[in-house]
Design a protein around this ligand. Sequence first.
Ligand code: PEP
Ligand code: MG
Length: 323
Amino acid sequence: ADRAPLPVFNGTCATADGHRVPLLANVGGGADARAAAAAGAEGVGLLRTEFCFLGRDAEPGHDEQVAAYRGVFDAFPGRKVVLRTLDAGADKPLPFLTDTAEPNPALGVRGYRTDTTVPGVLARQLAAVAQAEAESGAEVWVMAPMVSTASEAADFAALCAEAGLRVPGVMVEVPSAALTAGAVLRHVDFASIGTNDLTQYTMAADRQLGPLAALNDPWQPAVLALVKATADGAARAGTEGSPKPVGVCGEAAADPALAVVLVGLGATSLSMTARALEQVAAVLSTVTLERARELAALALDAESAVDAREAVRASLPILEQLG
Ligand code: PEP
Ligand code: MG
């Protein structure tokens, strides 16, 4: 009865000692983007562009793509929108792009890799993104999914430059990219960690299989270690005192206790479903950056995902108020 009222999300998020943590939204189209803007998201941290491609027999044309991307950009005038290029394959097959007969689709030609088997689709998408950016007021950052090596990052940055896109980045969702983040980030301006796939590939556990849910848990200390490796690599790739930005855009960022750990591990922004913004901001506002680092160390050192979660949750009394 004597509980203090929860702070309301007002569109900015900071730790108790004033360290800013931009909270962005994951969106899959214009309607989502407008709802995220209304909920107070500072921008978009993950625009999944598959919405424009799925369920079709052929690649959408230039004008259609421009209109689809503008529908999102226009919801965030002057704000940051991180667009992910097409992530086809595995759980998202496309008839004109992916080979559904692959024996192991999650390990197959998916995401950025499709540019090697069907070149042109990515370059045309980037051209449409560049035009949509020029016509809108948004600040567009563009990242490729499923990047595994520094040379892929370099090739993607070159494609972005050819299209006139100024802020190229990569998703870190494969352990090799996390382990070599210093080299990968030399070629691009930012990284965004996709914890859904990073967990799947770290634990060798299909993200779609219910019986493997305990392995497929982003609280797994091995996954947290790779988040830290990515943030450390970004610090090395940046200049003194100004590390390259590393966001987190997988579902993990929507878990308020895990969000604290991710910030403590070095994430510089978090992107999530708009529904989670308020709770994540409320919990982050109760800890200092130093405390977040201590809780991150606790989770990293735990023997299991369950132990990590329990240890951190027990240290965040505000969680009881959130229910
Ligand atoms: C992820 O893998 O964490 C991610 C954000 O991408 P998706 O869920 O679309 O694969
Ligand atoms: Mg992914």
